[in-house]
Structures are given as C-alpha cells and as structure tokens.
Design a protein around this ligand. Structure first.
Ligand SMILES: [Zn+2]
Length: 327
C-alpha cells in the first residue's frame, strides 16, 4: 500500500499537479491551463477531472492522504486564495473547502514560497534543520521562513513577505503599490530592469543592447555574463549586492542556519551566489559572520513546485493534532 499526496502549483499561466509518495517521487504529473476559464468553477472542474483521471491510472493499492496547493496569495489559515494579482479570478476563493468536498481528503493551501520552504524541509537540503529561509527568485521574489521547525505563517498567513520590504523608498515602482521593494530589483523582472538601467548608464558594447524588454530573460543575461559581457556581469553584481545586503538584515530577525535560493535567477550559480554572499557577509552584524550558509535549493527541477505543494500535506499530518486531522 503506497502513501500518496497530490501537489498542485497554481501559476499565472499553467496549473501543474502531481501525485507524490512519501520520499518525494513524482508518480504522475500533468498540467492544465490556468487561463481561459471564465469562472473559477469551470477551472476547478477541469482540474478535478484531470486529477481523477490521474488517480484512476495509478497502479497498485494506495492511500491518498491529502491535497497541497501552492498559489500566489494562498492563505494557510483560511484555505483560500485572496485577491491574487497574477491569477485571473478576483475576490476570495475557498479552494481548500472545494477540494475537501470534491475529494473528501484534507487540503492545505499556502503561498508558493511557503510551499517551497516546506518542500525543502520535507524532501530537500533543509531536512533536519529547524531554522532556515527559502527565497524564491521567479517573476517576483517570494520567501518562506521556517523557525523552530515550523513554517512561520503569522497572524494573517502572510508572514515573511521579504519581496515587499524596502531597499529604496524612492526606488522602482512595484506591483504592490509601493516603491523600492526588494523584488523590483531581485527577481527575473528586477534584473531585466537593472540591465536596462545599466545599458543606459554604460557606453561599452553589450550583446544585450537592442533586445526588447519583453524578449529579454534571465537565461540570456546569464549566458552573456558567462561570455564576459560587461553589462550582464554588472547586472549580477548589482542584484547580488542588493540581495546580500537585504539578507544581512533579514538574518537578524530569525537567526537562520541557512538561506536557500530557489528558482530561475538562482540557476545562474556563482554569478548570483558569489556577490550575494560577499555583500551579505560584509553587511552582517559581526556576531553572525561566517555562520549563515547561502545554498542552492535541492529541489531545482521541473517538479519542484509540485513537491513543495505535496509536502504541505506530510508536514501538516506530522504536526497537526489528531483531532484536527479527523475533523
Ligand atoms: Zn512591493
């Protein structure tokens, strides 16, 4: 008898889901389009149908323990998705209740960065750690904090939104309505904005000149930096400096053993890790110097968001009181 969970990652374009065992093996994965459904109900029905098909195709006996969902603005306490700017549905969506009704198993919802943090704890390099932070560097910047072995949710389920802490009050405009948020500098979009700024400031030739903002991506900037492109290298140095300085401030709050970088920008390896670590160490309160590791996530693959979401269920079952599970 296999013990299984379902992990669902709701992204702005696609929703990926997978059936995952205790050890983090993804037995089946598939995706449906997030967009193109006028009503949330029609999206939910398509997703549920795809999940049922996947379950019907499973071989052997199994027990399905629950559904974990990672989504922007996912609220752990309420099991809802609330006013997510990058998803097509407005208002508050009672996702956990809908899944519970449809599949009659527990359903845990949280934001994608928190799911990544729990994934690192359950399946990744944070196994056995009690205090660590995961920073996801995607289109935006997300973060999940684990303190004393528990995911930090806060009063409203939105604790640890590092991406919207300020690095410059008069800085770049952010989607959240503020200015100078960390994610406007440190994210796939942030480094593109930096490249454009540097192209304007520098006169040196660069392969990145002439590429439109929409066509530019992290992979291109990384490849140019590897070839020695001055603007691309300066963009990584600038990004790493801002991230490193922010991390130096952040560790003061929770005294983590490690900070894991996850997602697109972190795949640039030394290009981003070296300046980040250098600037973090240079700005750390002396008591912390040399003590906080900055590491790549162990879940750097296509299935990572699914693993993160599915791990929510194991983490919940391992920590929740029995009466809550039976409810
Ligand atoms: Zn912001």
């Amino acid at each position: 008898m296999k013990d299984l969970t379902i992990g669902i990652d709701i992204g702005g374009t696609n929703t990926k889901f997978g059936i995952v065992d205790r050890d983090g093996n993804v037995l089946h994965q598939a995706s449906i389009s997030t967009v193109g459904h006028e009503e949330f109900k029609s999206y939910f029905d398509s997703l549920s149908k795809a999940i049922r098909e996947a379950m019907n195709n499973l071989k052997g006996e199994y027990k399905m323990y629950g559904i974990g969902v990672g989504a922007a603005n996912g609220n752990y306490y309420k099991g809802t998705i609330e006013r997510a700017t990058n998803l097509p549905w407005k208002g508050v969506i009672p996702l956990a209740d809908m899944f519970k009704e449809e599949f009659d198993i527990p359903s845990i919802v949280t934001n994608d960065a928190n799911a990544a943090a729990v994934g690192e704890l359950v399946y990744g390099s944070a196994k056995g750690m009690k205090d660590f932070i995961v920073v996801t560097l995607g289109t935006g910047l997300g973060s999940g904090f684990v303190c004393n072995g528990q995911l930090l949710n806060g009063k409203h389920g939105i604790a640890g939104e590092l991406g919207h802490t300020s690095v410059n009050p008069a800085g770049r405009f952010c989607n959240c309505g503020k200015r100078g948020c960390l994610e406007t500098y440190v994210s796939a979009t942030g480094i593109k904005r930096t490249v454009y700024k540097l192209l304007a400031d520098h006169l040196e030739p660069s392969e990145l000149r002439g590429i439109s903002f929409d066509n530019l991506n992290t992979k291109m900037i990384t490849e140019c930096a590897i070839r020695g492109d001055i603007v691309a290298l300066a963009a990584f140095e600038y990004t790493g400096r801002i991230l490193g300085m922010k991390l130096a401030e952040t560790v003061v709050h929770t005294d983590p053993e490690a900070i894991f970088l996850f997602g697109g920008l972190s795949l640039a390896g030394d290009l981003i890790f070296k300046p980040t670590i250098r600037h973090m160490e240079a700005n750390l309160m002396p008591l912390f110097r040399g003590k906080v590791k900055v590491l790549p996530s162990a879940l750097q693959n296509q299935a990572a968001p699914i693993l993160g979401a599915s791990s929510l269920v194991w983490n919940y079952l391992d920590n929740a009181p029995m009466k809550e599970i039976m409810a």
